[in-house]
Design a protein around this ligand. Structure first.
Ligand code: G6P
Length: 372
């Protein structure tokens, strides 16, 4: 009913709107002044975490994209090698695991069979398992050594939105915790990130307030044959997530690419009018990366693409090449996915609605995949 949807047309729109609160709830009470974090269930000591020499993140679907973002944060803050892998591929490859390997399993439902099988395999090899999970008491957290629950609340729409943002928040907390326990190398930076993280719910809210042009754009491109998404660094998993949302909801051909790979194939797909969503890194921090993506936008536009540019406030360099410009608030590079993914969620939802699809129950998909 409309009441259940909080006045929104779909659960997905309600859940998109709930994201600032969900992220705030996930951070609430978890960060101490010292930059330490409080996990929910920890059967791992600080010494266990100091002994870790390698991290593997395993997940499926949207949760896998959260894991891809986490890899950038964890490696940067902790200097631990970190791999991220689709849970369905992980154990069949016979990964090298031992008691100093930390597995981070990310799952909204806590019941995804491939992710569960991946952690069981890892535990047989004596690896430690930390779960990031939304459903309290579900199987994956029950079988893990430590758990950090996301506080997204129940997610009804099949396509994940608020669970994804809270997974990102939880991954940042885990990265900061590992950095803290292991002796922080970038102490100043990590302290600054803690403060910046607290400011993110407000920034997500700001993005939500400016979504009307995105809805209009959705109606304009709803009949496209194909939509491409490009990004670099943490913008790459955001591009993958934008494409996944569009496939799931709009049943359109959509692909996400690392912007640097364009010349190695994807640029051949660009035809006159092909929408290309470009996730632009902050010009601050790693400025080189920003300039490279701006060049990529020019390249695709020169080949006829209709460019939809997601860029920070104040980034004037993108303006000449953006057919549609979507602004997001300034954030530190690693935290940017919390804001840059939001317009992509809204875009996919509105395109699906414009095409007459069932937004909350897309065809052929299930909320939780409990078979391999
Ligand atoms: C299904 C859902 C996705 C979800 C994925 C992983 O495909 O439709 O939204 O990202 O499963 O689910 P999990 O519960 O493990 O995060």
């Amino acid at each position: 009913s409309a009441a259940e949807k909080g006045g929104h047309d779909y659960f997905m729109l309600k859940e998109i709107a709930e994201q600032p609160q969900a992220v705030a709830d996930t951070l609430l009470g978890r960060l101490t002044e010292a930059g330490d974090i409080v996990l929910d269930e920890v059967r791992l000591t600080d010494q266990d975490l100091r002994d870790v020499d390698k991290v593997f993140i395993v997940a499926c679907g949207t949760s896998y994209h959260a894991g891809m973002v986490a890899k950038y944060a964890i490696e940067h803050w902790t200097r631990l090698p970190c791999e991220v892998e689709l849970a369905s591929e992980f154990r069949y490859r016979d990964p090298v695991l031992d008691r100093s390997t930390l597995i981070i399993a990310i799952s909204q439902s806590g019941e995804t069979m491939d992710t569960l099988m991946a952690i069981r395999h890892a535990k047989e090899q004596k690896a430690r398992v930390l779960a990031i999970c939304n459903a309290n008491g579900s199987t994956i957290p029950r079988e893990s050594d430590a758990v950090l629950y996301t506080h997204a609340g129940p997610e009804i729409a099949v396509a994940s939105t608020k669970a994804f943002l809270t997974q990102l928040a939880a991954c940042y907390l885990v990265g900061l915790h590992l950095a803290h326990v292991r002796g922080i190398k970038y102490a100043d930076e990590v302290a600054a990130v803690v403060a910046q993280l607290q400011a993110m719910p407000g920034k997500v809210e700001q993005v939500l307030e400016t979504m009307e042009p995105v809805r209009e754009l959705a109606r304009q491109i709803a009949d496209s044959r194909s939509v491409l998404f490009i990004g670099r660094h943490v913008g790459f998993p955001v591009a993958l997530e934008g494409a996944l949302k569009l496939k799931e909801l709009a049943y359109m051909h959509a692909e996400g690419f690392a912007a640097g790979e364009l010349k190695h194939g994807p640029i051949a797909l660009i035809d006159k009018g092909t929408p290309v969503v470009c996730v632009v890194p902050s010009p601050a921090g790693r400025g080189v990366m920003h300039d490279k993506v701006v060049s990529n936008i020019q390249e695709v536009r020169a080949r006829g693409a209709r460019t939809i540019v997601i860029a920070e406030e104040g980034d004037v360099a993108v303006e000449p090449y953006a057919d549609h410009l979507i602004r997001v608030p300034r954030t530190p590079t690693v935290l940017a996915p919390l804001v840059t993914v939001v317009p992509l969620q809204v875009l996919a939802c509105e395109i699906a609605a414009a095409r007459g699809n069932d937004v909350d129950q897309p065809r052929n998909l299930a909320k939780s995949v409990t078979v391999e």
